[in-house]
Design a protein around this ligand. Structure first.
Ligand SMILES: *Cc1c(COP(=O)(O)O)cnc(C)c1O
Length: 234
């Protein structure tokens, strides 16, 4: 099997973006490196990739430490995208730039309180359980407005948008359409309810290796690719 090259994958992201009549370079690629080695990350880094997503805290801290101790790699932007237990929030607040997987206020409050004063606010997304699946984490769509409003009050968090993992069905686009509608509603709601004019609720994190062109068609601004970039995980 011939693996696609990094450049081919970036080309297909750009093609999907233009096919959707969206501006060039309006979709960011997050390389999901969970269960992958330093070497795998270095390979993409050497080709210009700077944003990496991790799911498992201890594994990610090992990687972050490794790259912080090297000359190259200190400018990696680390995104935490896995489920968050409350005893893990401190390390996340101290080591990540982005968190995509906030699903309850308690976690948001802890991240806010534990974000070091010398660092800029943590960039965060709400994870929404868009298909109401029992097995999945995420705030239910009907509770998202309330949680978003509460997070807006936390000074060390910058609420940037929502993250979803839609159900895989014959009609994946259903989940993407529902998500885009919710994203647009939340954006309006936050604009109306916020005092500051400098809102940047601009991030729709959706789309993975199997469905990213379609996610882009329905408005994704960050796609999260693992398998396609790195091959299968063990
Ligand atoms: C693992 C993972 C991905 C990447 O999935 P692939 O299908 O390998 O591209 C994206 N998002 C989340 C939240 C993940 O856990």
């Amino acid at each position: 099997m011939t693996e696609k090259t990094f450049q081919q994958i970036k080309d297909s992201i750009e093609k999907a973006t233009l096919d959707a009549q969206r501006p060039p370079n309006s979709v960011r690629l997050l390389a999901v490196s969970k269960k992958k080695s330093y070497k795998d990350i270095e390979k993409l880094y050497a080709q210009g990739q700077r944003e990496f997503g991790e799911n498992y805290l201890q594994e990610s801290l090992d990687k972050i430490t490794y790259f912080n101790e090297r000359q190259s790699g200190q400018d990696i932007i680390w995104h935490f995208i896995g489920p968050i237990q409350s005893n893990k929030t401190r390390a996340i607040a101290e080591n990540f730039t982005w968190v995509h997987s906030i699903d309850r206020l308690k976690i948001a409050q802890r991240l806010n309180d534990q974000r070091p004063a010398n660092l800029p606010p943590l960039q965060v997304c709400l994870q929404v359980n868009i298909d109401h699946e029992q097995s999945k984490s995420g705030v239910l769509p009907q509770d998202a407005h309330h949680l978003a409003q509460a997070i807006k009050q936390l000074p060390k968090l910058n609420l940037r948008g929502i993250m979803v993992i839609p159900q895989k069905t014959a009609e994946t686009s259903d989940g993407f359409i529902k998500t885009y509608e919710l994203f647009s509603q939340l954006k309006k709601y936050i604009k109306i309810n916020s005092q500051s004019s400098s809102d940047n609720f601009d991030t729709l994190s959706m789309g993975m290796s199997g469905d990213f062109p379609e996610a882009i068609r329905y408005g994704a601004t960050i796609i999260r690719l693992g398998t396609l970039l790195f091959g299968n995980r063990d």
